[in-house]
Design a protein around this ligand. Structure first.
Ligand SMILES: C[S@@+](CC[C@H](N)C(=O)[O-])C[C@H]1O[C@@H](n2cnc3c(N)ncnc32)[C@H](O)[C@@H]1O
Length: 273
């Protein structure tokens, strides 16, 4: 496996098609809220925007609509299979973003100081060296440009009724992602990380989502079921049983679940300090 990809390795999922579908659904569900937050953090018509680690490019396409008619969107992705998905999504679409191969640690595919707004969505939680990624993003932003980061923090998850082994399930997934170099509790650390790497004017919003807003099945699918990929083979029995019990509670109407994400943005200062 390419170590630059950290704890996310599309191509090695037990079902890559299902993972792709999850990314699609998650993007579609989140966008109505995400769009508003991105605009509040500075996204607007006319900007040159990069969508870093754009995956299949769905969000890049939605951002393109936001910066039209005068703006530019470049999606950057290291995983070849996902980049191919992004290219095929853009094929024949008049106003599609441009997609480029690139590693967020280097970003050789972008000119220094050429970007107004960099978006980093569910990337940093997978990286062994998030600070090094932020330093490379800093170099690509023009002075006064902004980076916005959407990230998870698993401490925001809770549900009722109590599902046996749910805490063990979540903690096992957190530990395995950490073993692979990632951090599922990175949300709370973002403002500090940005400050340590030269950014200023950090703004943080914590956005919650719950089963009043989306169905229980969707909730379980986009927040929890995919973590089975992080469960060691010897723990699969109780882990699957835990998800089955959550599904039973959803089906009988007794389930409530809530989780949240951090949206944090910060500016590259006009002068380096
Ligand atoms: C969880 S997916 C998120 C994809 C997309 N941003 C979204 O929100 O749907 C993480 C993405 O980061 C990409 N990635 C991981 N390490 C990377 C690196 N060093 N440079 C560029 N992309 C990377 C993965 O290939 C994958 O597309």
């Amino acid at each position: 496996m390419d170590s630059r990809l950290g704890s996310y390795n599309y191509g090695a999922f037990s079902s890559n098609a299902e993972e792709l579908q999850r990314l699609r659904r998650q993007a579609e569900i989140a966008w109505s809220m995400e769009e508003e937050y991105l605009v509040a953090h500075g996204l607007r018509n006319g900007l040159t925007v990069v969508d870093l680690a754009c995956g299949p490019g769905i969000i890049s396409g939605l951002i393109k609509r936001e910066v039209c008619p005068d703006g530019t969107v470049i999606g950057v992705e290291l995983n070849e299979a996902l980049l191919a998905q992004a290219h095929s999504l853009a094929e024949g679409v008049g106003d599609a973003p441009e997609f480029r191969a690139g590693d967020v640690y280097e970003l050789d595919c972008l000119e220094d100081e050429s970007v107004d707004f960099a978006y980093c969505r569910f990337l940093l939680q997978h990286l062994a060296e998030p600070a090094r990624a932020l330093q490379s993003i800093y170099r690509k932003l023009r002075p006064g440009g902004r980076v916005a980061i959407l990230e998870t923090d698993d401490s925001l998850f809770n549900c009722a009724p109590e599902i046996p082994d749910m805490t063990r399930f979540l903690e096992t997934a957190i530990a395995e992602q950490q073993r692979r170099g990632g951090d599922r509790k990175i949300g709370r650390k973002l403002a500090g990380l940005l400050w340590e790497n030269g950014f200023h004017d950090a703004r943080t919003q914590v956005v919650t989502i719950n089963t009043d807003m989306i169905s229980g099945d969707e909730f379980l699918n986009i927040t929890t079921s995919f973590k089975l990929e992080l469960i060691p083979a010897e723990d699969m029995g109780w882990a699957r049983a835990c998800l089955d019990r959550a599904k039973e509670a959803i089906d009988n109407g007794s389930f409530f679940g809530q989780t949240g994400v951090y949206m944090v943005s910060a500016e590259r200062p006009q002068t380096d300090g």
